[in-house]
Design a protein around this ligand. Structure first.
Ligand SMILES: [Ca+2]
Ligand SMILES: [Ca+2]
Ligand SMILES: [Ca+2]
Ligand SMILES: [Ca+2]
Length: 279
């Protein structure tokens, strides 16, 4: 389960900050009973295109959802086992979450964080309870995650410092170890193609894992999920330029275990991942 900010691609961070920060790590979002699969969101039209297999082919679900200028925020909001569509609208700091992959009014509307917001949405099961993914925000300027344990309007339950300040890093979440049900947090540096994963989303600290995956500076976007249904969430990347997912079944460097084309190449699509059909 991942989130992106529109400003995610390419650029440099201060070398001194990077050096000071070496040795830090981050982590991400919860294991489902069944594998997570891919999808894309078109910010221009707010259509989600979801697939139930990690293979090339037509979308299993095509659904329009969310107000103009929304960005995707998907997850299992009600803890029933399926991941569903949701969006975050920065201009009013509001999440619109649906408990089914169908059009219509949001099942939950959640005001969280500043409005207007410059933060990026990130969803996860932060408390490991109720199997539900709840709202979160990542502030790349301050290097802070703000996490809330219910999909209701209110303030953060956890404020977690992770990673350097003032970056263009992109936040992800997942259960990187497969232990328990709580998701950790993670960051992806598109400039270097490096992931930083932290197992405990609720405490500030450094990365438990950091590794490179995929090309540096190529405009790839990070994803996370349990691709092989072993209970451990792992990372992947999506190339909007070619419309290709590259998924890895371990949180380590190396070649992709799965790659497939999904979504139109060069159309500015944003990746989403989840167990859309609950099986
Ligand atoms: Ca659900
Ligand atoms: Ca929860
Ligand atoms: Ca896995
Ligand atoms: Ca599925």
């Amino acid at each position: 389960m991942i989130l992106l900010s529109a400003r995610s691609i390419g650029f440099a961070i201060s070398l001194s900050v990077l050096l000071l920060w070496t040795g830090t790590a981050f982590a991400g979002s919860g294991g489902m009973v069944e594998p997570d699969t891919g999808g894309v969101f078109d910010p221009a039209t707010r259509y989600f295109f979801l697939t139930n297999t990690n293979a090339a082919g037509p979308a299993a679900v095509t659904v329009k959802f969310g107000p103009t200028a929304s960005l995707p925020a998907t997850g299992d909001f009600d803890g029933d086992g399926d991941d569903t569509i949701g969006v975050f609208l920065a201009s009013n700091g509001t999440f619109y979450l649906n408990n089914s992959n169908t059009p219509g009014a949001a099942s939950a509307t959640v005001r969280f964080g500043p409005a207007p917001s410059t933060l990026a949405a990130v969803m996860g099961n932060w408390d490991g309870l109720s199997d539900d993914d709840t709202v979160g925000l990542y502030d790349s300027v301050g290097g802070v995650f703000y996490l809330r344990n219910s999909n209701t309007s209110g303030s953060a339950d956890d404020t977690t410092r992770f990673g350097p300040k003032g970056t263009s890093f992109i936040a992800i979440s997942g259960n990187w170890t497969g232990a328990g049900s709580a998701d950790g947090i993670g960051l992806y540096d598109p400039a270097t193609g490096t992931f930083y994963l932290r197992n405990d989303a609720t405490s500030s600290g450094s990365a438990d894992f950091s590794f490179r995956f995929g090309p540096a500076g190529a405009g790839f976007l990070p994803v996370a999920g349990d691709w092989d249904n072993d209970g451990v969430d792992t990372i992947g990347i999506y190339s909007p330029a070619s419309g290709t997912f590259y998924l890895k079944n371990a949180n380590s460097t190396g070649v992709a275990d799965i790659s497939y084309r999904f979504g139109s190449a060069g159309a500015g699509l944003l990746p989403v991942t989840g167990n859309w059909d609950g099986n």
